[in-house]
Write a protein that binds this ligand. Structure first.
Ligand SMILES: C=C(O[C@H]1C=CC=C(C(=O)O)[C@@H]1O)C(=O)O
Ligand SMILES: [Mg+2]
Length: 474
């Protein structure tokens, strides 16, 4: 068995085992190999179904220029802390582990390969909890057993193993020699019925409209500047929802968004979000201010006219400016060389146009990616401004438990690089049921009916991926 592996890697494996025994602590061993043939990441996800159902993740940046697909769970790093230390605790748990990461010689030169954690955070750890989110703690990440990274068309396979002090060399070696073969030769089960017969229930529409009205009054009375209010719809299908085809439709229909799936037992939390929270590549940090929306036009001309209207609409410009100010202020605290343009541009997805301002900076020494996630979450595009007042009001008047909706979802590696998006345009899927979420930034000038119409547009990406393109809610 062991001889099937490269001699050097066997040596590394022995050293890892010795280290685990010496410190009486588990050690992560990671092997990264380039793949000669390019591989379709969604096929890889589907191929993991038999062996790793319930423990898979998928992440694709806009245009699928970078994807990571993880199968199996070598170790979970999670906590249910309602305090702000939920970010810090993920960081310190990961630090403890990652000190002992070993790479095959020469393999670790690509960000997004090797040992990394994928997962996310709930929106608000202090909110009441609906039992549907029981499997999604306030912070949960896992290290996959096997992972495919595709970067600009080049594929890498990572195999991870947590080596415990009482493991033996032979079983470790077996893990590395057999796991990749088992997945790579597995036939992807991508089929299944296309989903289209469903019933849709809208929860508490009246309550939501009154909440929006109430929010505008609170804003006018000076209690806060902005609050984001969300609502949910429940879809019941007559057969099990096919996650593979849903992801693949999202990927085709939403090329300007991040596509994600976090599979957790029988549930999958999936979405196509256009909004990056933070990306860190070495010391370079990028964030996206995205807020303010209008529908797409039916013709090119109407689309351009609507875009121009959005760029000049006072209500939407206020909604957007509040986000830019908060992210810019945070960047100025944590970064040098902050760059942000004075005027928003348009970001167009298939169904909607947004006001968009990218922002970048160079992270000061002593900070980490998760420090930035903690600082930014929730931005006023998801929470409101001021942050604490807005989150309190959401807790009080929003008629639902957001769970992981609008929380940060993404990955971080052992070198403190990674990327998080905000989990909007998303849904929680289990069996025949999908619960979809959509929210809107409420400012003093907001009109409840118009905000409601905006949520209908924001529900479309998920509805369409689930086969319900023409549905119009009440
Ligand atoms: C909260 C959501 O969208 C945010 C992101 C972009 C534009 C928004 C808006 O115009 O209201 C929202 O702030 C959502 O899609 O659920
Ligand atoms: Mg809006």
């Amino acid at each position: 068995m062991i001889t099937a592996l490269k001699h050097t890697f066997t040596e590394i494996m022995k050293r890892a085992l010795e280290e685990a025994r010496q410190f009486d602590k588990p050690v992560i061993l990671s092997q990264v190999k380039p793949l000669n043939d390019s591989m379709n990441p969604l096929h890889f996800y589907a191929a993991g179904e038999r062996l790793f159902l319930g423990e898979r993740f998928y992440w694709a940046t806009p245009g699928s220029r970078f994807t990571i697909t993880g199968l199996g769970n070598e170790c979970t790093v999670e906590n249910d802390s309602a305090e702000s230390d939920r970010f810090g605790r993920i960081e310190s748990d990961w630090k403890r582990f990652k000190k002992m990461v070993h790479y095959e010689d020469g393999a670790k030169s690509h960000i997004g390969t090797g040992a990394l954690l994928f997962g996310g955070f709930s929106f608000d750890p202090h909110n009441r909890r609906n039992e549907r989110w029981n499997k999604y703690p306030e912070a949960k990440f896992f290290l996959p057993s096997v992972m495919l990274t595709v970067k600009d068309g080049v594929s890498f396979l990572t195999i991870n193993r947590v080596i415990n002090p009482d493991d033996d060399l032979e079983s470790c070696a077996k893990h590395f020699t057999s796991i990749a073969g088992e997945v790579l030769t597995e036939k992807a089960s991508t089929g299944g019925e296309s989903v289209n017969n469903y019933t849709l229930k809208e929860a508490d529409t009246g309550t939501w409209l009154s909440a929006v009205q109430k929010a505008t009054e609170l804003i006018k009375s000076g209690e806060l500047d902005k609050v984001v209010l969300a609502r949910e719809v429940q879809l019941e299908y007559d057969h099990k929802i096919n996650i593979y085809s849903t992801l693949s439709k999202l990927q085709t229909e939403q090329p300007t968004s991040f596509i994600f799936s976090f599979e957790n037992g029988r549930q999958s939390f999936i979405g196509a979000t256009p909004e990056r929270l933070i990306k860190k590549e070495n010391s370079r940090l990028l964030s996206t201010c995205l807020a303010g929306s209008i529908k797409r036009g039916k013709s090119k001309q109407e689309d351009t006219e609507l875009g121009t209207e959005l760029l000049n609409d006072e209500k939407n410009l206020i909604e957007h400016a509040i986000v830019v100010k908060m992210i810019k202020d945070s960047f100025e605290e944590y970064c040098s060389k902050v760059k942000v343009s004075d005027h928003p541009q348009l970001l167009k997805t298939k169904n909607i146009q947004h006001l968009y301002t990218p922002i970048e900076g160079s992270m000061k020494a002593g900070y980490s990616l998760l420090n930035l996630v903690e600082k930014l979450h929730p931005t006023p595009a998801l929470g409101g401004y001021p942050k604490m007042a807005a989150v309190d009001i959401i807790r009080e008047i929003e008629p639902m438990d957001r769970g992981w909706y609008a929380g940060p979802v993404g990955w971080l590696d052992a070198e403190n690089n990674g990327e998080f998006a905000v989990a909007i345009r998303s849904g929680l899927i289990e069996g025949k049921q999908a619960i979809l979420f959509a929210g809107c930034g409420i400012v003093a000038e907001s009109d409840p009916q118009m905000e409601y119409q905006e949520t209908l547009i924001k529900l479309k990406p998920m509805l369409s991926a689930l086969g319900g393109v023409n549905h119009e809610c009440k």
